[in-house]
Design a protein around this ligand. Structure first.
Ligand code: ADP
Length: 468
């Protein structure tokens, strides 16, 4: 059972960890996929906005403005920088129109306004009649010329597409001869998604929330199951202990009974009156012992709702003194028994039989668990009757203090099983005190001793009848 439940618990924790990791992985994957598909969708929508005749015509105009300036460059009237600036300015002059168009298109295609667009000229080559190539700008080498859209840094953007275009321009060169130049031109389209993570997170918020709730549910369920398993195991251990203890307790009287009956049936004993009488006494004693044991199990198992109290008005000081008088007769002279009982005139409604049973049970335990100095103290504090019973016995560990009032519970640390018992005494005391509307608890230090406190409010039980 021990190993089986440990394996089960380890299995449950490992499964939970595996599930959590898997869920984390799947969630991350979903996030990543959503991010990618958002980029693909945005790219398609941008394509629909910019691949239109309107944008084409805008581009045509600034390209033509640029082309017209090429003869001036070829004839040495303007520099390369001035030529490229011409292209940039010609495009810039149409950018406001483009941005407005893009805005409308974004609205139309339901494109998030945090998706920005940029168009640049990334390559421009001039090829003369003889086939000589002059590179005005080379892709990935020179700074591209910004054309349309939002001018964000290129390293923050994603490349959507490249467009190639070429054009033959005829012109008169510096020698007044007719000349041609081929313009090869490549435009690159980029997009940038501002707050990409935030957009996706917002879209997946519900999914993440449900995943989180499921995880919490799973953790709670596993914790609950493990706790239940441990509880069941504890109950099963307690029951096994109880069966062992009661078998142990039954063995001695039964063995004695067997010897006594054998003696009685022995022919020699039949003729000897003294021996026969002795055996009959032994049988009677053991019979009584067995009866007591069974009564103890039956009575001490009662819950506080099942205890029928016969309440009487009692002066607790006098009553405790009486109980102590009786108890002191039963203990050996080596035990020091101290009383510190306040003389109060307050009366209390108690069942004398049950109440004395409780005090005697605690005192018997004090002796049983090696107490040699016992003390019974009684006083009233904060409108409460307090009976404190202390001993200098073996004490109770912190872990066990809360458990000893449980049914059948016995401390199972090594050595402790040398003390006989069924683990019902304190359970019974607790039920009796509960039936009196009071509480019982313990303060203890291992190897130093224990103090049990019985506390009953001054107005504990008011009704004067036999209650159920
Ligand atoms: P039992 O005495 O039959 O074992 P109880 O219900 O009276 O059962 O007590 C439960 C357990 O509490 C005991 O087995 C013992 O371990 C612990 N206990 C009770 N009283 C004392 C005490 N005075 N000193 C140390 N341990 C105690």
């Amino acid at each position: 059972m021990q190993i089986k439940s440990k394996v089960l618990i380890a299995g449950a924790i490992l499964s939970l960890l595996a599930l959590t990791t898997m869920q984390g992985y799947l969630t991350f994957n979903t996030y990543d996929l959503r991010k990618k598909s958002f980029a693909v969708e945005s790219r398609q929508k941008i394509g629909r906005i910019v691949k239109t005749s309107y944008v084409d015509s805008l581009s045509w105009y600034y390209r033509m403005d640029f082309v017209k300036k090429i003869p001036e460059y070829k004839n040495g009237n303007i520099t390369k920088q001035q030529l490229l600036l011409e292209l940039e300015n010609a495009a810039k002059a149409r950018n406001d129109q483009f941005l407005e168009y893009y805005k409308q298109g974004a609205k139309h295609f339901n494109l998030d306004d945090r998706v920005l667009f940029k168009k640049v000229a990334s390559t421009i080559q001039l090829i003369d009649k003889k086939g000589n190539v002059e590179n005005l700008i080379v892709e990935n080498k020179n700074e591209p010329v910004f054309l349309l859209g939002n001018n964000f840094p290129l390293n923050e953007g994603l490349l959507i597409n490249n467009w190639n275009w070429s054009f033959n321009e005829e012109f008169d060169n510096s020698n007044q001869e007719n000349d041609t130049v081929i313009i090869k031109y490549r435009a690159s389209l980029y997009m940038k998604i501002v707050d990409w993570d935030k957009i996706i997170l917002k879209q997946l918020l519900l999914l993440f929330f449900i995943a989180f709730l499921l995880l919490i549910f799973l953790i709670t369920l596993t914790t609950y199951s493990i706790r239940n398993l441990l509880k069941l195991k504890r109950v099963s251990d307690i029951k096994t202990d109880f069966i062992n203890n009661i078998t142990h307790e039954l063995k001695t009287p039964l063995a004695t009974l067997s010897i006594a009956t054998k003696t009685l049936t022995n022919k020699f004993a039949k003729d000897n009156k003294d021996i026969a009488e002795d055996s009959i006494n032994t049988i009677n004693r053991q019979n009584k012992r067995l009866q007591n044991l069974i009564d103890q199990v039956v009575d001490n198992s009662l819950g506080y709702n099942d205890i029928m109290l016969n309440l009487e008005q009692v002066n607790l000081s006098a009553f405790i003194n009486e109980v102590c008088d009786d108890f002191s007769l039963t203990i050996s002279k080596n035990i020091q028994f101290i009383r510190d009982i306040d003389d109060t005139d307050k009366e209390i409604l108690i069942d004398k039989f049950y109440f004395s049973t409780t005090i005697i049970n605690i005192l018997n335990n004090a002796v049983k668990f090696d107490g040699t100095v016992l003390k019974v103290k009684y006083f009233i504090e904060n409108n409460t009757h307090i009976i404190a019973i202390s001993d200098n016995g073996i004490g109770i560990s912190k872990k066990n203090k809360k458990l000893i009032f449980g049914k059948f519970y016995r401390v199972s640390e090594k050595n402790i099983h040398n003390y006989k018992g069924l683990g019902l005494g304190l359970y019974y005391c607790n039920q009796i005190i509960k039936a009196h509307h009071g509480t019982i608890d313990v303060e203890s230090k291992e190897k130093e001793g224990s103090t049990f406190y019985i506390k009953i409010p001054l107005d504990g039980r008011k009704e004067h009848f036999i209650s159920r």
